[in-house]
Design a protein. Structure first.
Length: 132
């Protein structure tokens, strides 16, 4: 079954730790061993797995993306969010984690983040847990 996590973001650019919501979907699925697949159906928000323990890592990632893809760089797309689309493509729309013993098998310091690049908005993350 396909599940949906709703995330309300609060600023234009933000990484929201959704690990506990994803863990809840895994628990509800009843799958003990398998794969949890995550997909973000948006063009200006992505998903990634990185360090959740030290919040300065998230700050560094966002500051680096801001430098790499400035908001105003003579883009062709005229909605005012061209940089958001480019950042989303760099980060990507999907990721996965293994499920072991009914829980996400992440590394000690890893968290799953929804990456907002054109907020604040209400975002959706589609989650499917496969047994195997
Ligand atoms: Zn756009």
């Amino acid at each position: 079954m396909l599940k949906e996590i709703t995330v309300k973001t609060r600023s234009r650019m933000e990484m929201v730790d959704i690990t506990s919501q994803v863990q809840e979907v895994v628990r509800e699925s009843g799958v003990k061993e398998g794969i949890c697949y995550l997909y973000v159906p948006h063009t200006t928000a992505g998903i990634t797995i990185n360090e959740g323990a030290d919040p300065s890592v998230v700050r560094d990632i966002n500051n680096t993306l801001r430098k790499l893809v400035p908001p105003d760089a003579g883009y062709a797309h005229l909605e005012g969010n061209a940089d958001s689309h480019v950042k989303t493509t760099i980060v990507g729309p999907n990721t996965f984690a293994f499920v072991e013993g009914g829980r996400l098998r992440l590394g000690t310091w890893q968290s799953i983040f929804l990456c907002e690049f054109d907020g604040p908005r209400t975002r959706r993350v589609l989650v499917k847990v496969f047994s195997g």
